[in-house]
Design a binder for this molecule. Structure first.
Ligand code: AMP
Ligand code: MG
Length: 315
């Protein structure tokens, strides 16, 4: 089947209330027609996702976004102008057309335009906004290839579109515009610095970014099956255990690890983000006793990476 007819078939599945996994620039999404509550209910069922965790609605352009939200504050528009299509999700007051199941009954809706030709084509071809969380069982490591999706959800969904590996590799930045000041709810593919350069001051939801090494309120885990700890010293590791290391660059340590994954030899946070979830999966497949993750520099995309590592360490 040609690429176009693959997408046409996927679009028909969406129109009929089915589930399609599709590539975006961040991670693979598990999509359903956002305006069909029965289809959206299946997302929660298949992922085993708790109903109180709302979904992001993916649209092809601003015109389609306008149908879903009551108003777009000026600062939201400035970010949209700069970062759509891209890994930026805005939370706005929802229009009545958005079913409660999408937003976990919140009066707000999260919206973004993904920067991936297959995702955009699927949304346009189906003519529907597509609600899509990451295409993995709830709490697990997000998928960055079609093969990752096949492994965990293969038998349970109607179709998987394969668009190759995701180029950004961490989820979108989520920012809310429903209060007085914009609030960063989740660090992601657009950095806090890039956002501040456009709209100035942004409040930071405490579990979102500021204290990635402190306990916080959590809704996602991004966790491998193997226990994972964050350790910035790499000293005094237990002897006689099979330990894998997830490091940013080549680590300075004399400890003999059973496996090592280096996120970016040259110390590039973008490359590290793109490699993060696949590296975690490879370590998880090695039957280790423990994965030790070395935090990355806490700036730019590093905030999103540290956030995922921190959440993965909290079981
Ligand atoms: P994911 O499962 O990776 O697609 O994550 C979706 C993220 O968007 C989660 O962190 C949600 O809590 C957040 N989100 C979605 N809808 C809303 C909303 N209406 N208000 C606040 N956060 C939201
Ligand atoms: Mg997810």
């Amino acid at each position: 089947m040609g690429l176009m007819s693959e997408i046409q078939k996927a679009a028909e599945i969406i129109q009929e209330g089915g589930l399609v996994a599709f590539p975006t620039e961040t991670v693979y999404g598990l999509g359903a027609d956002a305006l069909n509550p029965y289809a959206v209910a299946r997302i929660f069922e298949v992922k085993n996702r708790p109903q109180f965790d709302p979904l992001i609605v993916h649209v092809a352009d601003m015109r389609q976004a306008e149908i879903l939200a009551l108003k777009f504050p000026e600062k939201a528009l400035r970010l949209i102008e700069k970062f759509w299509p891209g890994p930026l999700t805005v939370v706005l007051q929802k229009a009545a057309i958005v079913p409660d199941i999408v937003t976990s009954s919140l009066p707000t809706v999260a919206i973004r335009v993904p920067n991936h030709p297959m995702a955009l084509e699927l949304i346009r071809e189906s003519g529907r906004p597509i609600a899509a969380p990451s295409a993995n069982p709830f709490g697990g490591v997000s998928p960055t290839t079609a093969e990752h999706v096949r492994q965990s959800l293969g038998g349970k969904i109607d179709m998987i579109l394969d668009g190759g590996p995701c180029l950004v590799g961490v989820e979108s930045t989520v920012i809310s515009f429903v209060g007085k000041e914009p609030v960063l709810l989740r660090p992601g593919g657009v950095s806090l610095e890039e956002i501040q350069a456009i709209i100035g001051k942004v409040e930071i939801h405490t579990s979102a970014v500021d204290k990635p090494l402190a306990p916080g309120q959590l809704d996602h885990h991004y966790a491998p099956r193997t226990p994972l700890i964050l350790d910035d010293s790499l000293e005094s590791l237990p002897e006689g255990k099979k330990i894998g290391l997830l490091a940013f660059q080549k680590p300075k340590t004399s400890y003999t690890f059973a496996a090592i994954e280096i996120l970016s030899e040259k110390g590039d946070l973008k490359e590290a983000a793109a490699n993060l979830f696949a590296a975690l999966r490879r370590l998880d497949e090695k039957n280790l006793d423990l994965i030790v993750a070395h935090p990355v520099p806490h700036a730019g995309l590093g905030r999103a990476i540290n956030d995922r590592l921190y959440k993965a360490s909290r079981k």
